[in-house]
Write a protein of this length. Structure first.
Length: 213
């Protein structure tokens, strides 16, 4: 009789999945740190792998290229901002259209300032996949904000959704300029964004409520 050699049991599927999730998170965390500390150009797959302690060949197992890392990380940021803006829009704190616009701008601006990697992806990463994610985010925010402003009677019921879509797109463009002018976002440019977006939306305000009157 031959002695039966002991064999090491193969890892169960939940263990393999957990390890995969942990590695994926480590890659994203490393990318976020590099973006925040050194900027967009420095966050290459090679640098990300070195930061995470993961061979670049293994990174390709989870992400086919650098842009997929960028996209997943930006989605993580946009999801967090979405939760914050949802809470802000649902809260009845704003008493005027101007205050409502300021509140949403403050939420988005505050998050981006706290997370420099988000600014690097949103404004420095010019890949079509990232642009697509930002456009989808702006559309979703515009829809939510439109409903809230109409419900609060800050805007007329006949205000087109397009008006809010344009307001968010203009706001995003001005944020882009602000964060190119200064790492934390140029305050003067942000103030002009507030004025421009508010003045435009006030053209749809019910009579007697313009400029918070």
């Amino acid at each position: 009789m031959f002695e039966q050699k002991a064999t090491t049991p193969a890892p169960t599927r939940p263990v393999v999945q957990r390890r995969g999730l942990e590695r994926r998170k480590a890659i994203l965390d490393a990318a976020e740190a590099l973006l925040a500390e050194q900027g967009y150009e420095a966050a290459t797959l090679k640098a990300i792998g070195e930061r995470a302690g993961i061979p670049i060949a293994s990174i390709y197992h989870y992400f086919p290229d650098r842009y997929e890392v960028d996209a997943e990380l930006l989605q993580r940021h946009l999801g967090a901002i979405d939760a914050l803006t949802a809470a802000e829009v649902a809260a009845p704190r704003a008493g005027t259209l101007r205050e409502a616009v300021d509140a949403v701008i403050d939420v988005i601006l505050g998050y981006i300032r706290r997370h420099p990697s988000c600014a690097e992806l949103w404004f420095a990463g010019r890949h079509p996949r990232l642009d697509e994610l930002v456009r989808a985010f702006d559309e979703a925010q515009a829809e939510r904000f439109w409903r809230r402003l109409v419900d609060r009677e800050f805007l007329r019921v006949d205000t087109p959704r397009l008006a809010l879509s344009l307001a968010f797109e203009v706001g995003t463009r001005l944020f882009d300029i602000a964060f190119r002018r200064a790492p934390g976002g140029d305050d003067a440019t942000i103030d002009e964004a507030r004025r421009l977006v508010t003045a435009y939306l006030e053209t749809y305000a019910p009579d007697g409520t313009r400029r918070g009157g």
